[in-house]
Structure formats: C-alpha cells, structure tokens
Ligand binder design. Sequence first.
Ligand code: EPU
Length: 416
Amino acid sequence: MKDNLIIEGSQPLYGSVRTSGAKNAALVLIIASIMAEGQTVLDNVPKIRDVEVVIKILNEIGIKAKWQDDGSLSICPPSGHVVSNTPYELSKMLRASNLFLGAFLGRQGEATISMPGGCDIGSRPMDLHLKGVQALGAKVEIEHGYIYAKRKQPIGASIYLDFPSVGATENIMMMAAKTPGLTIIENSAKEPEIVDLANFLNAMGAKIRGAGTDIIRIEGAEVLQAVRHQIIPDRIEAGTYMIAAAITGGEILVENVISTHLHPVMAKLQEAGAYVEENDSGILVKAGNKIKPVDIKTLPYPGFPTDMQSQMMALLCFAEGTSVIVENIFENRFQIVDELKRMGANIKLEGHTAVVEGPRRLNGAKVKATDLRAGAALILAGLVAEGKTEIENSTHIYRGYENIAGKLVSLGARIK
Ligand code: EPU
C-alpha cells in the first residue's frame, strides 16, 4: 500500500530536530483570519494535511488562501459577504472545521456549518460552543446535519463553561472579539493555542485579556485589521520527538520549542528516568539506563495532554514495572492498545484506565493507525520493535506531523 509506513526497529536515534508550527494553533488562526480586513500572513504554518483541508475549504467558499514563496501562508478574504457554508465533504475530514462557527459569526453575523459527527477518538459534542454563541445573541438551529446560526441582538455576556473546552473557548473568543460589550468566559481553556489566538486577535485590534488563565475578558471591537503573525511551535510534535529519544535509548535535541509548554511532558519523562535539559537551543532528552514506570492522568492544560497519551503508552511498554494511565478527555483514545498488543505489549484496559505491564520486547507487526496520535505512537513503538513494523492508515499521521518520516530518518531511523 502506498500510504503505509514501514519501520525497521532497534536503533537509538541521535541528533537534532526542528519542531514545526503548532497544528492546533495554525488551524484556528487560519480560520480566525477570515474576520480581518486585508491580507493576513501567517509564518511557521505546518505543511500538514489538516492545514491543506482548511485551505481547500477557504478556497471553495471564495476566500483566497495560498502558500507564498517564503513558506508563509496568506489569507485574503473579500470585503463583502461570503457564502458561510462549510462543505460537508471537506468538513467531515477535519473536526476543527467547527471553528468556522465563531469566525463567521464574528465576521458577518451568520454561519452555516456542517455539524460534526462522532470521530475516531470519541464523541465530539458542540453543546458548549452553542451555549457560548447563543449567550452572545446568536439564534441557533440544527437541521439536515447543519448548524445555522444568526446573530440577532449581539451583546457581550458572561459564559461559564462546564468543561474548559479548547474549541468552545476559541469559538466564543472569535465571536466576542467582534460583539459589542464585555464578554467574560469563566473556566476557559488555558492551552498555549488559546494564548496564540488571543495574541493574534489582539494584534488585529481585538481587546482580549486573561488568555492562559481560566477567566478571559473580551471587549468587542468594530474592526479587525489583518496582520502578519508567527504561529507557536507544536508542543505535541516536540513531545513526540522527546519520547523518540527516550524509547530508542538515544539523545535528541528538539529545537524551536517553548519549553514551558512542555513542562508536563518533561516532568513525566524525567520521572521515567530520562535526562531532560532546557537550554538556549531547545530541549535535550537523553535516555536513562532504564525506563521507570510512571502513572499518567490526562487533563486540560497545564495537565498532561491527551495528545501525548498514546506516545507515552508506547514508551511505558518498555518500563521496568507497572504504569497506570487514566484518560480523562477522550473516551476512545485507547484504540492504540489493541495495536500495541499485536506487537507484544501487555496492557489491560478497564474503562478510562489502562494498566501497562513492562518491560516487554515488542515485535514488528502489521498495525493500524486508528488516529493521528495513535499513529505517532506506533511509529515510536516500531522504532524499537524487533523486525519490521508496517503501519496502515498512515494518512492519519500526515494530518498533524510535518515530514515525520524525513525528520526521524535524519535522526537515524529506518523508515520508508
Ligand atoms: N466537550 C463537550 N462539549 C463541547 C465541547 C467539548 O463536552 O461542546 C468535551 C469533549 O467531549 C471532550 C472535552 O470536552 O471530552 C475536550 O474537548 P475540547 O473541546 O477541549 O477539544 P477540541 O477543541 O475538540 C482540541 C484539539 C485536540 C485536543 C483537544 C484537547 C484542535 C483542533 N484540536 O480539540 O487535538 O486533543 O483540544 O486538548 O485544537 C490532536 O491534535 O490530536 C487533537 C485531537
């Protein structure tokens, strides 16, 4: 199969690798650009499949988005009204297409977006997104698989989120940035991607305070002007290469990182026995003599990220003892377990908890990437498994990792 990745295991990785721009910041910032007047230029946008899908959606609805010769991405919405209908065939490929809700409501007071269904990592409800935009004066109807939202009497409001949802916080921030009056989001998400969105919108003329804490205050602005902005580095991609060092017994310097974003991952890698050092060039990870078992609980930022849970599970298969992993964010993020078991892992599942018994020697096998992060974890496992690992459905991995095979090969991996 042409999309399958084939990995030959058993070699420590050495060298340095540069992190690309953050997928989850790039997606929301590209979408937020449609609220600006003029041409937005975004630097450090990763060349990954999810970004290509958003570009396609924009081009289909009449908003010009294209790569420039210097590697930046330009987005240039027309001045008048655009068709705010995100096409189903493209939207279903990308959960983040739900972020067009807040961006279109902010831009032109109405949005028609394809209602997202369930997906490979679990149910992805929209209740908090809708609660937010309704509080800001949007009337919402759901019919024939679409959300129709129209701003009736837009006015800032106080919104309490029952859970600090990243997407809901982003949708509310975007709509509120152009809604008159003061909006307060309580129990807002605190992820670094939220802070990047706030910085971007503020540079455009929005008035957002408190991003990165659990209360965000937004005063609506009348006009947002296009700017040039650099996307933050991808903390999950960086974390994946940090684990590559620990799991293969190697030493990797991960460059272009904001190390505070990685403290939860660094802490767990140190507990697992790796040497981790922040320096001027990035984060250096050197494998310890042995991998120690650790317990992990996924939580909203600054807790341990769900997007690193599968990769950590791959590492803990080799730990000398028992590790307990509790997944608190997405209910289907344990599909990786059956794939790792095909490679010889000893993992028991009980609801939201996985018990990983180590150390095991993994054998290469034919396995399936059930989602993006599970795919990355299978690559990590394949790097140290005996023999050949073939990963089906590798397209999942290209959704979120720029040139992952090339970057790992430059560190000494054998991947085709
Ligand atoms: N939730 C609700 N109601 C809502 C929205 C969310 O109950 O209206 C629940 C979800 O069911 C889930 C939890 O809240 O249990 C967290 O969902 P959240 O809304 O925070 O996630 P998201 O915005 O859909 C983003 C990232 C994910 C990342 C999560 C958590 C983007 C494009 N996606 O998703 O990234 O896992 O935040 O950090 O920003 C990935 O990169 O692999 C990925 C899945």
